[in-house]
Design a protein around this ligand. Structure first.
Ligand SMILES: [Zn+2]
Length: 320
């Protein structure tokens, strides 16, 4: 996908205002983008989560569901009419906030989209960029006439503790053999850096993810020459932890995020930012995952490698 088209999709989402339980505009923009794909069907569950299905030329069941959330920390108006901030942000940032109101909810008064030094700056990269990646993935599949079957899950109110993902997992409408791939933006940790490729997230603050499928992400990235970083991102938690608690096999990857939840290191409130190159590489990684034709077994490959190495040392074996 051309860089210009990637950025157009990003922009179409980040320009929409959002907050937990106020994802209407983002949802509408997602649906409008997906309607351009002839092989995508869209469903809405009873809780307002969006389930998109790309299916072309195959009767196979979907193996992958790509997951991202449509909200971002912000204020919502309570029944009494006062503002309540939803999302994980330290108290001192919330004193005399510069707010921008959108009816019954409000966001930080910051630019929706700016491109500076090959970085996307926005009041809400988390997780509208995850949503945009799924759209780019589906548009790529459509353009390349890929004969595959996969799902995209766009959930609500992640920032209050996976509200939408929990409803979706509990309703059991997803096939239980599917692997859920959580797409996030996260503060780099464990040696990861912004601009050095997507971060394959072995786990988060709450749990670790499926080892075999994580190995698959690593081997697909290597096979497709996509630079990735493999790290434990334990600064926060992601939906992979939630889905996993309900028995779904889960993996996760993030693009490195600056100013997580708009909190800058100097104590001010700023746009979040990510690297355009990391974003483009994440879309390529997702594409490699869905389009894997001959399904390899990373555990078997590793076992073979280790056994071969072990055999080389067998001549040195002596009975004790
Ligand atoms: Zn977040």
């Amino acid at each position: 996908m051309q860089r210009r088209e990637l950025l157009r999709v990003v922009r179409s989402l980040v320009e929409q205002p959002t907050a937990p339980f106020h994802e209407d505009a983002v949802r509408d923009a997602i649906v409008a983008e997906l309607k351009k794909c002839a092989h995508v069907r869209i469903e809405h569950d009873a809780f307002g989560n969006v389930i998109a299905r790309y299916r072309r030329g195959t009767r196979a069941r979907p193996r992958w569901a790509f997951a991202a959330h449509m909200d971002h920390p912000g204020w919502v108006r309570t029944e009494k009419g006062d503002w309540r901030f939803l999302g994980s942000v330290a108290e001192h940032f919330l004193v005399n906030p510069r707010m921008r109101e959108f009816g019954d909810f409000a966001m930080w008064d910051l630019p929706a989209f700016e491109l500076k030094d090959e970085q996307i700056h926005s009041r809400a990269c988390d997780d509208l960029l995850g949503c945009a990646e799924i759209i780019c993935l589906f548009q790529e599949l459509e353009a390349s006439r890929a004969n595959v079957h996969c799902l995209g899950l766009f959930t609500r109110a992640e920032e209050v503790g996976f509200w939408g993902a929990i409803q979706l997992a509990r309703s059991r409408i997803l096939p239980k053999e599917i692997t859920i791939f959580s797409l996030e933006t996260s503060t780099p940790r464990g040696g990861a850096e912004i601009g050095r490729g997507p971060i394959v997230r072995v786990g988060d603050r709450l749990s670790i993810f499926d080892s075999g499928e994580t190995a698959r992400l690593m081997s697909l990235a290597a096979a497709h020459d996509i630079p990735v970083q493999r790290c434990l991102l334990d600064g926060g938690a992601c939906e992979a932890s939630a889905y996993q608690l309900y028995g779904y096999r889960s993996v996760a990857a993030s693009i490195g995020l600056g100013n997580y939840h708009n909190c800058a290191a100097d104590g001010s409130i700023q746009c979040e930012y990510v690297s355009v190159a990391d974003y483009a590489k994440m879309v390529r990684l997702c594409l490699a995952v869905v389009c894997e034709t001959k399904r390899s077994d990373p555990s078997k490959d590793l076992r073979d490698t280790l056994e071969k190495r072990a055999e080389r040392y067998t001549p040195l074996f002596r009975k004790m």
